[in-house]
Structures are given as C-alpha cells and as structure tokens.
Write a protein that binds this ligand. Sequence first.
Ligand SMILES: [Zn+2]
Length: 281
Amino acid sequence: MGNDGGTIPSRKEILNFTQRKLGGVLAKSDVSKKERELWKLAGAFGYCQLSHKRLSKPIVSDYMGRLFNKEDVILYLIAKRKRKKARKSKKSKELKDGSDEKKRHNAKEDTSEDSDPFPHLRTMKDLVELNIEYNEHDGTVKCPLSGKVFHLRSEKDNDINQLQLCYLVPCGCTVGKEILDQYLDVEYKKAHVSANKRKSRCYVKMRCPVCGSVTCGGDIVDINTRDDTEKERLAERMRDLEDSGLTHSLKPQRKASDGHTKRKGDPKDNIKKDAKKQKLI
Ligand SMILES: [Zn+2]
C-alpha cells in the first residue's frame, strides 16, 4: 500500500538497512529516495525524523506524533529562518530592480521551499516536549503508569508490534497506549460519554494520570500511529487548532508585525468549539 509501484521491502531488509546506515549521522548525499523510504518505515521510533540521529533527550513531537531531537529541531528552525530572511531581502531587492527575468528566478526559488519535508514546523510551539522515561543507551521507554518497558530499537517482531505509545498535550507525559486507553475509558464513563464516542478521543476535560495537569481526551497523540483513522483524527485536530489561532502545543500562534495573529481565528473560539463537541457527545 502506498509504495509507488515499487517492491515492498521486507522487515529484515529494513532492519539490515537501519543497522548499516543508522549507527550515527546519516550522510544526506549518499542516500537514495528508496533508502529514505526504508528508513522512514524502520526508524520512526528510534531515530530523530529530522537529523536521522538516534533519539536523545530532550525529545519533542509534532501533531502527528513524529519524534525529533529538540536540539536538531532548533538547528533546523534557525537554518530555515535564515533562508527565509535571505530570500526576503533578495526578493525586495529584485522587486525594486523590476527585472522580469529575476522575478521568474525568484518564483523558482519559492517553489524550492515547498520541498521542505516539515513545512508545519515553524516555531517550537509546533512541538511538544515529551516527559518520557527514555533510556538512550539501550533505547527503551518505560511507561510510568504500568511499568511496561518498550524497546524502540529492537529487531524482534514482538517488540516492534508492542510499540504503542502516546503522549498528552500540553504536559507531554508519555505512557503506554493500552494503559492510557483503560484510564480514558474510566474518565469517559464518568463524563457519560457513549461507548462509540470513546474510540474517537472526544474532547472531555480530565487530569493527566502522570503529572495531574489539565488535559483533554482530544489532546492525546499516538506516537507514530499506523492507524489511518487516528491519523485523520490528528490532522483534523490540527486543522481545528489552526482555525482557532492555536498551535499543536496549545500555545497561541506567532503574532504578525501588525499585532494580529498570522492565521485566522481567535483562541477563544477553541473553547466554543470544545463546547460544541461536547454537545455532540
Ligand atoms: Zn502529564
């Protein structure tokens, strides 16, 4: 599925690839597109999606539950901002100049920006820092609720299938999905949410079972989910947040120079939206 007509790589092939290529920093120039796809499949849990280095704390995650090293994201954002600034000053110079050829050249450069694999990462507010019991030496994560240990870099089928983790926004506490689902079940029952609505992670306010801070059912993110329904839900959650002027971390979007939020919406609308969702329950 979604393999662009190519052969589907076996898990062994993927793992051999990761072992061979991912011991340290992945040199960008000698990696083909196919190899990158292989890496994506195998390395989603144990490696930073941006730098391809092994995960090391502090770890951050975007709205789709992808994992990154915070340090690498900061470097990426600085470089991105520098490129943007350079483009802007070049553009204004060329506009003053008024040369059509230069304008065309400019348009070409604008398209090249579209190749950014993570255009949704604009500021650190687009990420949540995880409160995760991660041991970077052996690549394990311990669930603070159940004590269960997850092996992020394991080669065993069983370990890979067990990799079901999620985190809560905004606190970032990371727990096993199974135990969190049990907790949610109790919370939803308390809020009289019907059984079929519970599966869709609806917006019911609750306390994080790890740190006690306020969160809600809709703000739970499955890490590297393979479930298409959950992927759709996460994308819809992000659209709702953007419409309300909020980022993934629930912080307001960056203000434009005129003092208004860059994207449409008002944070207050989110509260209304939450209320609306609760009525639907
Ligand atoms: Zn928490």
